[in-house]
Design a protein around this ligand. Structure first.
Ligand code: UDX
Length: 445
């Protein structure tokens, strides 16, 4: 099929590459000329395992192309995806200006029946607004061209995006048009493994499904962080509690890891946006507010532990930081817990020596050159001249370090394990103080 995708961010680029991989002809449109040029040369603007070879291969074979010009893009596609950003505006609602601007552009150019697919995470009711925007342009042109708007949210995880896209758990098709549903069923047929993974529903339910999925996952995390905070105070170890409850299949082991809080481009934004949506229709979403507030506090948890360790005297200390990205296998720093920690440390007069396998460049882009931040080439280099070590992102490379070497390099050997990667006993036996999240045994009061 011929497919056009507006937006070459995570969602657009991965979707475009995977649809091309399945034999479709895909044109990706982006207003950023520099980005389009780089993509044409096979340079991928994001770190995403497995994406580069698919983009290069399909670009070389002519299945995948990039352009800044919307007109030929729209002329190309029977199916046109909208996969542009929906950043939060001042009050936390999703800002639809990019989505609606693409909708108007589509309305300016379509000349035959087109299925317009919303892939961006958008508030309930956006499909109607996109439909109105396109219809408005058609009316201005004085033409009557049929089109349908479908809500088809994505569930890609950064770091696993290609895998998630090629092998989805479910494909949500939100539409009340049989014609559009038929087109999307055909487009997604190769993605159904073993059984049909499509779930067809109306547009509003599809839009809400996306928010509900992310809010549910965020709720699991904040719930476990709350249990961790209780565990710490009652002298229990949340890691044992986690295993104890995860064994119940109704609860499950996934997404119940306590830690330094959730970040990224989705959870913080989507929980807030859903709360605003609820408020807008006269409902106060108390649970969502609590999920957000627990997460907010959790992001300063490591700072509090470090502060307590030093008796409040952090000024002049140097903290080694392992992990900057909001989670492993990405260079994404959006809403990353490391930012809250670093900013709190700097404010208190401490210095940071940080190492991340992928996110140093992005960190430098955000913070620039500053005296209180050294971005290191390796994990152990970060320990050079540091007082204590804090772990914020659970990269595999940090999972079994040489604790004796860490102890010898740190001025005041202590490990602040923001992702509960280590066995507190093993760390303490190696001669380091251990602080984790919700690990009552090691609480120093
Ligand atoms: C998420 C959803 O998983 C995905 O389905 C959706 O499409 C977009 O949002 P992503 O933002 O890539 O994906 O990250 P995810 O792997 O879900 O992790 C989000 C955050 O939660 C990370 O900061 C991670 O460290 C944290 N997390 C995750 C925990 O603190 N504990 C857990 O048990 C799981």
């Amino acid at each position: 099929m011929k497919v056009t995708i507006f937006g070459t961010g995570y969602v657009g680029l991965v979707t475009g590459a995977c649809l091309a991989e399945m034999g479709n002809h895909v044109v990706c449109v982006d207003i950023d000329a520099g980005k389009v040029e780089r993509l044409k040369k096979g340079e991928i603007p994001i770190y995403e395992p497995g994406l580069e070879p698919i983009v290069k291969r399909n670009h070389a074979s002519g299945q995948l192309d990039f352009t800044t010009d919307p007109a030929p893009g729209i002329a190309h596609g029977q199916v046109v995806f909208i996969a542009v950003g929906t950043p939060p505006d001042e009050d936390g609602s999703a800002d639809l200006k990019y989505v609606l601007s693409v909708a108007r552009t589509i309305g300016e150019h379509i000349d035959r029946y087109t299925v317009v697919v919303n892939k961006s995470t958008v508030p309930v009711g956006t499909a109607d607004r996109v439909r109105d925007a396109i219809a408005g342009e058609l009316a201005k042109r004085g033409v009557a061209i049929e089109f349908d708007v479908v809500s088809n949210p994505e569930f890609l995880k950064e770091g696993d995006a290609v895998e998630d896209c090629l092998r989805p758990d479910r494909i949500i098709i939100g539409s009340s048009s049989e014609r559009a549903i038929g087109v999307l069923r055909k487009l997604y047929a190769p993605f159904n493994r073993n059984h049909d993974r499509t779930v067809v529903m109306d547009e509003r339910s599809a839009e809400l499904t996306k928010y509900a999925a992310n809010a549910m996952l965020a709720t699991k995390i904040s719930f476990m962080n709350e249990i961790a905070n209780i565990a710490e105070r009652v002298g229990a170890d949340v890691e044992l509690v986690r295993q104890g409850i995860g064994s119940d299949p109704r609860i499950g082991y996934a997404f119940i890891y306590p830690g330094a809080g959730y970040g990224g481009s989705c959870f913080p934004k989507d929980v807030q946006a859903l709360e605003r949506t609820a408020r807008g229709v006269g409902y106060s979403a108390r649970l969502l507010g609590a999920v957000e507030s627990v997460n907010h506090d959790q992001k300063t948890k490591l700072f509090e532990l470090i502060q307590r360790h030093f008796g409040g005297q952090i000024a002049g200390k140097t903290i080694a930081l392992w992990g900057l990205a909001f989670k492993p296998n990405t260079d994404d720093m959006r809403e990353a817990s490391s930012r809250h920690l670093m900013e709190a440390l700097w404010k208190a007069g401490a210095k940071v020596r940080a190492f991340d396998p992928e996110a140093s460049h992005e960190t430098h882009r955000i913070y620039g050159d500053r005296d209180d931040l050294v971005l290191c080439e390796s994990a152990y280099q970060a320990l050079d001249g540091a007082d204590v070590l804090a772990i914020v992102t659970e990269w595999k490379a940090f999972r079994s370090p040489d604790f004796a070497r860490i102890r010898d390099m740190l001025a005041e050997p202590a490990v602040f394990d923001g992702r509960n990667l280590y066995d507190p006993v093993a760390v303490e036996e190696a001669g380091l103080a251990y602080y984790g999240i919700g690990r009552g045994r090691s609480l120093r009061q």
